[in-house]
Structure formats: structure tokens, C-alpha cells
Ligand binder design. Structure first.
Ligand SMILES: [Zn+2]
Ligand SMILES: [Zn+2]
Length: 454
């Protein structure tokens, strides 16, 4: 394993779902969210006293108001409304991060994790401000459009850098890329006279450890929903009863593997997950032995970490400095993504000191997520905000349905005793891991990111 003194920086390129936010149907009101999602965030309709262009400031929606106050979805509206404090944090690109570390010459090396549909827009928003001048490697988590459809936009980076960019991905994702972009894996399939991205494909296994640009990477394979694939019958004689029937094919469900990663033994990043196999829990729990394998005083993490068990034996050195984890909705479960409850359970089991929630969708706003996180320590409800009324309603629901268990001690109580800091991430947030496990947030506010255009 590499030993490097240079701190690892992690820059959130995108913290949203596959669609990104705001959703354009929300902006046009052609198919408003309210009826479908009103059990998650209630729609507060305009009243006589809220008949103002800034009706949402009073916690209501005025359909006759001017754009953007006439948008019913609080989340998508705030993404485009400069009057909502920090509303731009509701503008969320496809989930992606940029890792940065200085090499021996003091130059930053940049490693992208996922290059999705919104990559070009995200790079335009953040790279100039962050001073990103090269793309040195790419890691892909899985073969969905929000993880790799921006690969074509690496073309100009390859040309300017005068070299190919290595892309680390598993075999299944490689096959998806080859289907979508045949010219990227076989130049004879390129048409016209234009350039194509020069990419070097590095196939990685689901349990691999490797190093890229001075960063130690441990692959963490997780399940991301299921997919159905067709199994053709083995060749053999056709059954007598249906001599002319074509051989039947079986449709089999299988978990889709998405790659999470542990970086430098300090950051666990899991962007898309519906369940975590036991073998991956073991790989995540092995952190202490990697860091301090010669220190016999450190208990094996697998002996002490359990969501349901007694956590009081926890050794500080077993704590994970940073967990970045998928949490689509605060109340509902989902077939392909973690909910808030599952994300918090993961944080408890890993003893995460800082947990950043990513991958959330509308109509839950950034402010509502902040309030939910604060409510774990009863610190919510203090700030004035246009989302206040809806936020209070949601926090109460979350307390009742997620934090409290019918049997007595729920996850809320366990969090008060053993949980760390948890908060929603947002596009543009920068983390830096300093020596001694001290984690620093560096909020890089960029006014140019507030509107629809970058
Ligand atoms: Zn919306
Ligand atoms: Zn996906």
C-alpha cells in the first residue's frame, strides 16, 4: 500500500439521481409531482393570505404566481429560484466525485468517479473554480447511463493532454460501454472524420485492491437492484410433446453489481446500493488491520461492529472517518437504492464519524434533509426558511417512522448514543482528509452555479 503525506481531497461533482435535479416536468408543470409524492412532502396550496409572487416563502404554492414561484415542487423550484436561501443546493447532477491528490512534484492528479449524463455541465460549473487542469484516470461504478454516458465528453481532454485516459471498470460495465459506444472500444467502428476519446480499459475485479495516482482503492461490490437476463436452454433434443416449438428461454433475475470504493482507507463511497453482501462488509471492516496491522491492541472490526449488537466496545481506531452513501428518500424504501434508514444503519455499523448522504431526489429539498439530520440530535427547527412548514411535517414523519421503533429503542436512540455527524452532501462541496483523521469541509460557494445555466 502506498504511504503518502499529501491529503486526499474529495470534490462532489454531483449528488443527485439518474435524472438529476431540477426535473424539467416539474419546471413546466406538465406533470406535477404532488399527488404521487404528497405522502412524502405535502403540497401546501395557496391561500388568500399567500397570494404573492413569493408565495412559497410563506410555505405555500401559488399556481397563478410568476415563474419560478408557480412551480409546485419545492425542490425543483428552489433549484432555479434565487430567492430561496441556498436553493442552488437543490440543483443536483448525476452522482459523481473527483478525487485529488498531489504527486511528488506537487501537482494535483485528478481521478473522476463516474462520468454520467450531466458530466459536461458539472465540469463546466466546477473545474474552472477548482483549478482542475487534467483528468488522469476514471473509475466507473456500474453500467447505467448516469454513470458513463458522459465518456464521449472526455474526447477533448484526451486531445489536449496528448494521452489516453485509463478507465477502471468491471467486465459487466465494459460490455455496457461497448454496446452504447462501439467506437470507444473499436476505432474501426467510428464513422465520419471526427476524433474519438482515447481510453485505456482497465478491467477490475469485484474484490480488487489497486492504486491509482497515489490513491489506494479497495473495490466494494454491492447490489444495486436486480436485472433480468435471458438464459437459453442447453442444446439437446426437443421435447416430444412440442416438436415444432422453438426452444424456450428462461428469464432469470440477478443482482446488478455496482462498485463502491474505499479510498486511502479513509473514505467509503457507495453511490448506488440496495443491499451490501456480507463479503463486502468484511472487506470494509478490514480497515484497521490495513492501517495498523502491527498494533495488537486493535480489535478486529468484525468482532466489535454490529448494528444490533453492543457498540460500547468500539475502539476509536475502528471508526471510519468518512462514509458517503446513497439515500434516495427519507421515508420510502426503493428496489434499487438505500433509504435514509438503511444509510444510517450502514453508518452505525461502520462507525462512520462523518456521513454524507447522496443520491436524493425531489421533492425533498436540501434544507429538509439538513433538518432531518439535525433532528437526530434534536437540533432542528431553529432556522427561518421557505421550506419550514413542509420540513417540520417531514421531520415529524421521519421521527415517527424511521427513528422510532415499536419495540422501544429505534435507530434515533442508537444514533444519539453511537452515531457521528450526518448531513446531506451537495454539488460543489469539497472534503479534505487531514492527518489524524480530522475531516474538514471546505465549502466552495460558487454564485455562478445558482441558475439553470452554468
Ligand atoms: Zn420536482
Ligand atoms: Zn444505477
Amino acid at each position: 500500500m502506498t504511504v503518502s503525506k499529501s491529503p486526499l481531497q474529495l470534490l462532489f461533482m454531483g449528488t443527485g439521481t439518474s435524472t438529476g435535479l431540477p426535473l424539467t416536468p416539474c419546471l413546466t408543470k406538465s406533470n406535477p409531482y404532488p399527488e404521487a409524492f404528497s405522502d412524502m412532502v405535502p403540497l401546501l396550496r395557496a391561500t388568500e393570505s399567500s397570494n404573492s409572487p413569493l408565495a412559497h416563502v410563506k410555505g405555500t404554492w401559488n399556481p397563478d404566481g410568476e415563474f419560478p414561484s408557480n412551480i409546485p415542487c419545492p425542490c425543483c423550484r428552489s433549484a432555479v429560484d434565487p430567492d430561496v436561501p441556498e436553493g442552488y443546493k437543490n440543483k443536483r447532477g448525476n452522482t459523481a466525485v473527483l478525487l485529488r491528490k498531489k504527486n511528488k512534484n506537487g501537482q494535483y492528479k485528478n481521478v473522476l468517479v463516474d462520468v454520467g449524463k450531466t458530466f459536461r455541465e458539472q465540469a463546466g460549473r466546477f473545474f474552472p473554480k477548482w483549478g482542475v487542469k487534467t483528468i488522469d484516470a476514471v473509475l466507473l461504478t456500474h453500467g447505467h447511463a448516469d454513470a458513463y454516458f458522459g465518456l464521449d465528453d472526455l474526447r477533448e481532454w484526451c486531445i489536449r493532454q496528448g494521452r489516453a485516459i485509463p478507465v477502471y471498470l468491471n467486465q459487466e460495465t465494459y460490455e455496457k460501454v461497448a454496446e452504447a459506444f462501439p467506437y470507444m472500444v473499436d476505432k474501426t467502428k467510428a464513422s465520419g472524420g471526427g476524433d474519438v476519446p482515447q481510453l485505456i480499459w482497465k478491467i477490475i475485479k469485484d474484490d480488487e485492491d489497486f492504486e491509482v495516482e497515489g490513491i489506494d482503492v479497495k473495490v466494494l461490490a454491492v447490489h444495486h437492484g436486480i436485472y433480468f437476463h435471458t438464459i437459453s436452454p442447453a442444446p439437446g433434443p426437443t421435447p416430444q410433446s412440442t416438436p415444432n416449438a422453438p426452444p424456450s428461454k428462461r428469464i432469470e433475475p440477478e443482482p446488478l453489481i455496482c462498485l463502491g470504493f474505499m479510498f486511502d482507507n479513509e473514505i467509503v463511497y457507495i453511490s448506488d446500493v440496495s443491499s451490501i453482501p456480507e463479503s463486502t462488509w468484511e472487506r470494509m471492516s478490514n480497515r484497521s488491520s490495513l492501517i495498523n496491522s502491527t498494533d495488537p491492541s486493535i480489535l478486529s472490526a468484525s468482532e466489535t461492529i454490529s448494528v444490533d449488537g453492543d457498540l460500547t466496545q468500539a475502539n476509536d481506531k475502528n471508526k471510519l472517518p468518512v462514509l458517503i452513501i446513497d439515500a434516495l428518500w427519507p421515508l420510502r424504501p426503493h428496489a434499487s437504492h438505500f433509504s435514509l434508514q438503511q444509510a444510517l444503519q450502514t453508518a452505525l455499523r461502520l462507525k462512520a464519524q462523518y456521513t454524507y448522504l447522496i443520491g436524493s431526489t425531489h421533492p425533498t429539498t436540501h434544507f429538509m434533509w439538513e433538518e432531518i439530520c439535525l433532528s437526530l440530535f434534536d437540533e432542528h427547527g431553529e432556522r427561518d426558511h421557505p421550506d419550514r412548514v413542509q420540513s417540520d411535517w417531514l421531520v415529524n414523519k421521519v421521527k415517527e417512522k424511521v427513528f422510532t421503533s415499536k419495540k422501544g429503542q429505534g435507530i434515533g436512540e442508537e444514533w444519539k448514543n453511537h452515531g457521528g455527524v450526518v448531513r446531506p452532501a451537495w454539488d460543489g462541496l469539497v472534503l479534505e482528509i487531514l492527518e489524524g483523521d480530522e475531516t474538514k469541509d471546505v465549502e466552495r460557494q460558487d454564485l455562478s452555479t445558482r441558475g439553470l445555466v452554468f
